[in-house]
Design a protein around this ligand. Structure first.
Ligand code: FMN
Length: 364
């Protein structure tokens, strides 16, 4: 039995997961694409940023609440969509959803989750958003959208950086596939739930290559918007001109993201791409960010550079591996406490006090 009290920082969970998970599961969760340059840069870029705290501000009453798309959040971080959480714990996405509810943190649920979106909704995470991969058969997307609406999801997150999955060498070597009993649960009705081993290839790469639609363009963002009453976000934007295209197509918010370094290797850290996008968007929509968030100070830095909120990916999987719902709760609790401490020490009693000048612009 793992004593979660001995886990005092998010990285403790990652170290534990390395031993606790099978090689195939750990590698799938941890890997980036190719040389993993972007994966490393997501952390390094946060570490390079320097904070300039303000002194003698009354921080006796601290307020971490905010809103995204007008939806209230108790903290400016959410759970990112990550696939196949049942590889980390038998309760998978349902445990994550229960932890989200218990800690009052919002959750984004993946199209290729290992539990159905209805089962995850039953765990109680609120707000909950649904992430979309678009299959070649548009009827599948339409049906997922209808199901998400019916199950109380309050936004759709269209992932735009995945016409195909990036090349993750460890998954190729491990012949990545879903262990017995696990499926792409949301696709069961469509007969696309199986993800098997493929010779000389990651089974997931083969799955996406045969089923995901690589012809997606900005026109399809409008198609999606017209197919739903829910707000639509796009996830995976790294360029200011793409952010403006997204705005033209009427998206409600953007997620600046490089998919945790798992898609095109060699792109900048998302925190490096953020300021240019914030400048181009000029406040016309909420901007979120993910990639490399491991500390309260990372959240503070991202908010200072203009993110409305951030998403946390791998740490949730490490939390699941350590203790299911309780493990995820502990990860969320640590991040909340670290953010509160960082806000206090920086002289920011509320998230509205977290401004651009908190990050030092002087070249190192
Ligand atoms: C194991 C794993 C699975 C992922 N699955 C999805 C997914 O199904 N859909 C999606 O949009 N992003 C997916 N992502 C990307 C995350 O949503 C997020 O962009 C990324 O993990 C953030 O970086 P971080 O892990 O450093 O926090 C996945 C990431 C990981 C690590």
């Amino acid at each position: 039995m793992v004593n979660l009290e001995t886990f005092i920082e998010v990285l403790d969970f990652e170290r534990h997961a390395r031993d606790a998970l099978t090689q195939m599961a750990y590698d799938y969760y941890a890997s980036g694409a190719n040389d993993q340059v972007t994966l490393a840069e997501n952390r390094a870029a946060f570490e390079r940023l320097r904070l300039l705290p303000r002194m003698l501000v009354d921080v006796s009453r601290l307020e971490t609440t905010t809103t995204v798309l007008g939806q209230p959040l108790s903290v400016p971080f959410m759970i990112a969509p990550t696939a196949f959480q049942r590889m980390a714990h038998p309760d998978g996405e349902v445990a994550t959803s229960r932890a989200a509810r218990a800690q009052n943190v919002a959750m984004v649920v993946s199209t290729i989750a290992s539990a159905t979106l209805e089962e995850v909704a039953g765990g109680g995470a609120t707000p909950r958003w649904f992430q979309l991969y678009v299959y070649k058969d548009r009827g599948i997307t339409r049906s997922l959208v209808e199901r998400a609406e019916a199950a109380g999801y309050s936004a759709l997150v269209l992932t735009v950086d995945t016409p195909k999955f990036g090349r993750r060498y460890a998954d190729v070597r491990n012949h990545f596939h879903l262990p017995p009993g696990l499926t792409v649960a949301n696709l069961t009705g469509a007969g696309m739930e199986r993800l098997s081993a493929v010779k000389g290839e990651s089974g997931l790469a083969a799955y996406s290559a045969s089923l995901f639609d690589p012809s997606l363009t900005w026109d399809d963002v409008e198609w999606l918007r017209s197919s739903t009453r829910l707000p639509v976000l796009v996830k995976g934007v790294l360029r200011p001109d793409d952010a403006l295209r997204a705005l033209d197509r009427g998206v409600s918010a953007l997620v600046v993201s490089n998919h945790g370094g798992r898609q095109l290797d060699g792109v900048p850290a998302s925190i490096t791409a953020l300021p240019g996008i914030v400048a181009a968007v000029e406040g016309r929509c909420d901007i979120l960010l993910d990639g490399g968030i491991r500390r309260g100070t990372d959240i503070l830095k991202a908010l200072a550079l203009g993110a409305r909120a951030v998403l946390v990916g791998r740490p949730i999987l490490w939390g699941l591996a350590a203790g299911g719902q309780a493990g995820v709760e502990r990860v969320l609790h640590i991040l909340r406490e670290e953010l509160e401490l960082a806000m206090m020490l920086a002289g920011c009693p509320t998230v509205r006090h977290i401004k651009r000048d908190l990050v030092d612009d002087t070249p190192a």
